[in-house]
Design a protein around this ligand. Structure first.
Ligand code: NAD
Ligand code: UGA
Length: 433
C-alpha cells in the first residue's frame, strides 16, 4: 500500500486516483476547483464516465479515497504526487503548460519529505526536465529530495476504468531508475508489460501513439472518400485490411473524423514541436487537413442533395465527440453544426449525455428530448455520434416525422438496404450511394 496524491480531478486524475485507491492504496485527490471538490465529497461526479460514480463511492467508504483543495493536506504523507492537470492547445498549437507549472510550484512550496513526482499529463518532450528545474530553483537553499517520472496515460474516455485496469502497457520514463521502479510497483498487480525509458522518450511515446491513431483514422477516411467516388464499401475494405495481422482491425472506422480533448491538441502540439526544432511535419499536417475535410465534405454532400442548406432543417443525433462520454471538446458534431449554421441551416439536436455541456455552444440550435423530436420536420437527419441508443431506432416513425427522408449516416451505423427499403435516401461515409 502506498500514499498517493493525484493533482487534478478531470478525466485522467479522477480515474487514476479512484483506480489506485481500488488497488489498495491510500489516495488523496486534489483540485483547485472548489465546486468540483465539494461535489465529489457529496458523491456527485463532475464528468460522465461509466462505472466511475460507484467505484468512487466504494473507495471513499473504504477510507482509501478522499478529496481536497488543500495542497498541504494532500501532500502531507504522499510518496507519489501524480500530475494530471490539463495541457490545452495554446498559441500556434503549442501545449499550454501554465497548469503544470502551477502544480510544480505548489509541490516545491508544500513538500518537506522525499517525493516522486509522476507526470501523467500529456506534455511536450522536455517538460519533465523543466518541471524538475522549476522545483529545484524554487527550493534553492532548502533542497528537496525528489525525482520526476513521466508516466503517460493511454486511457480512452467512455472506457476509462477498464483501460486503466487493463492497460496494454505502462510507460515510465526517468533518469532515476530507482524512482521509475517504485512507480512500476504501483502497477504490478495489473500484470501488463512495463516499459522503462528515459524521460524524453516516454513523453514522445505518448504523442507518437496519439498521432499514429489519428493517422490511422485519417488514412481510412481518405480511403473512404476514394471509395465513394469508385463505388467500393470502406467498411468491407477496413475488415479486409484489418485481417492482416500487421495492420489489425482497430481504429479503422471511417466517419466524421476524430475529435475530443486529446487527438486534435496532441497532433497539433507534436507538429508544433517538430516545426520549432526545424522539421517539416508533412504527414501530420495532412492528417489534420483530411480530418477537417471530413466535416466539410458531409456539408457539401448535404448541400448538393438539398440544393441549399439555407433555411433547411437539419436534425443531428449525437453531440459528444464519441459515445459514452459527455465530453464535447472538439466534437465533430459541433464543428459540423457550426458549418451548417453558417450556410443558414436550422439545427435540431439530441445527445444522451452531452446536452448540458453543448447548450452554451449551440445558442441557435433547438435541443430536443429524443431522436424522434429531432426528426420532426427535418429535411435531413445526420448521425454524428454512434451512441448505442441510436442503433435501433423506429425508422418507420422517423420517416413519417421528417419533411424530407434523407439520412446522412456519419458513422456508418445503420443498414443502408433497410433504410432504402423504407423509402429513405441514405448516404454513408465511404459507401456507394
Ligand atoms: P481535465 O481538463 O478534465 O481536468 C483537469 C483538472 O485539473 C481540472 O479539474 C482542473 O480544475 C484541475 N487543475 C488545473 N490546475 C490545477 C492546479 N494548479 N492544481 C490542481 N488542480 C488543477 O483534463 P483531462 O482530460 O483529465 O486531461 C489531463 C491531462 O491528461 C491532459 O494533459 C491530457 O492530454 C491527458 N490525457 C487525457 C486523457 C483523456 O481521455 N481525457 C487521456 C490521456 C491523457
Ligand atoms: C484517445 C486515445 O485512444 C487514448 O489512448 C488516449 O489516452 C486519449 O486519446 C488521450 O490521450 O486523451 P479518446 O480521445 O478518449 O482516446 O477516444 P478515442 O476512442 O481514441 O476516439 C477519439 C476520436 O476518434 C473520436 O472522435 C472517435 O469518434 C474517433 N474515431 C476513433 C474514429 O473516427 N474512428 C475510429 O476508428 C476510432
Amino acid at each position: 500500500m502506498s500514499n498517493i496524491c493525484v493533482i487534478g480531478t478531470g478525466y485522467v486524475g479522477l480515474v487514476t486516483g479512484t483506480c489506485f485507491a481500488d488497488l489498495g492504496n491510500k489516495v488523496v485527490c486534489l483540485d483547485i476547483d472548489e465546486n468540483r471538490i465539494e461535489k465529489l465529497k457529496q458523491g456527485i461526479m463532475p464528468i460522465y464516465e461509466p462505472g466511475l460514480e460507484q467505484l468512487v463511492a466504494q473507495n471513499v467508504r473504504a477510507g482509501r479515497l478522499s478529496f481536497t483543495t488543500s495542497y498541504p493536506e494532500a501532500l502531507k504523507d504522499a510518496e507519489f504526487a501524480f500530475i494530471a492537470v490539463g495541457t490545452p492547445s495554446g498559441v500556434d498549437g503549442e501545449a499550454d503548460l501554465q497548469y503544470v507549472r502551477a502544480v510544480a510550484e505548489a509541490i516545491a512550496d508544500h513538500v518537506d519529505h522525499p517525493i516522486i513526482v509522476v507526470n501523467k499529463s500529456t506534455v511536450p518532450v522536455g517538460t519533465g526536465d523543466w518541471v524538475a528545474d522549476i522545483i529545484r530553483k524554487r527550493r534553492a537553499g532548502r533542497p528537496l529530495q525528489f525525482s520526476v517520472v513521466s508516466n503517460p496515460e493511454f486511457l480512452r474516455e467512455g472506457s476509462a476504468i477498464h483501460d486503466f485496469m487493463n492497460p496494454d502497457r505502462v510507460v515510465l520514463g526517468s533518469l532515476d531508475r530507482e524512482a521509475a521502479s517504485k512507480v512500476a510497483q504501483l502497477y504490478l498487480t495489473l500484470r501488463c508489460p512495463i516499459l522503462i525509458t528515459d524521460l524524453r522518450t516516454a513523453e514522445m511515446i505518448k504523442y507518437a501513439s496519439n498521432a499514429f491513431l489519428a493517422t490511422r483514422i485519417s488514412f481510412i477516411n481518405e480511403i473512404a472518400t476514394i471509395c465513394e467516388e469508385l463505388g467500393a464499401d470502406v467498411r468491407q475494405v477496413a475488415i479486409g485490411m484489418g485481417l492482416d495481422k500487421r495492420i489489425g482491425p482497430a481504429f479503422l472506422d471511417a466517419g466524421l473524423g476524430w475529435g475530443g480533448s486529446c487527438f486534435p491538441k496532441d497532433v497539433k502540439a507534436l507538429a508544433h514541436m517538430a516545426v520549432l526544432h526545424g522539421s517539416n511535419p508533412q504527414l501530420l499536417q495532412a492528417v489534420m487537413e483530411i480530418n477537417r475535410n471530413m466535416r466539410r465534405r458531409v456539408v457539401m454532400r448535404l448541400r448538393k442533395a438539398l440544393g441549399t442548406l439555407n433555411e433547411k432543417v437539419i436534425g443531428v443525433l449525437g453531440l459528444s465527440f464519441k459515445p459514452n462520454t459527455d465530453d464535447i471538446r472538439e466534437a465533430p458534431a459541433l464543428e459540423l453544426i457550426h458549418l451548417m449554421e453558417n450556410e443558414g441551416a436550422l439545427i435540431r439536436a439530441y445527445d444522451p449525455q452531452a446536452m448540458e455541456n453543448a447548450r452554451p455552444l449551440l445558442p441557435k440550435a433547438i435541443l430536443c428530448a429524443s431522436p424522434y423530436e429531432v426528426a420532426e420536420g427535418a429535411d435531413a437527419l445526420v448521425l454524428a455520434t454512434e451512441w448505442n441508443e441510436f442503433k435501433q431506432l423506429d425508422f418507420e416513425r422517423i420517416y413519417h416525422l421528417m419533411r424530407n427522408p434523407l439520412i446522412m449516416d456519419g458513422r456508418n451505423l445503420w443498414d443502408p438496404e433497410h433504410l432504402r427499403s423504407l423509402g429513405f435516401t441514405y448516404f454513408g461515409i465511404g459507401r456507394a450511394t
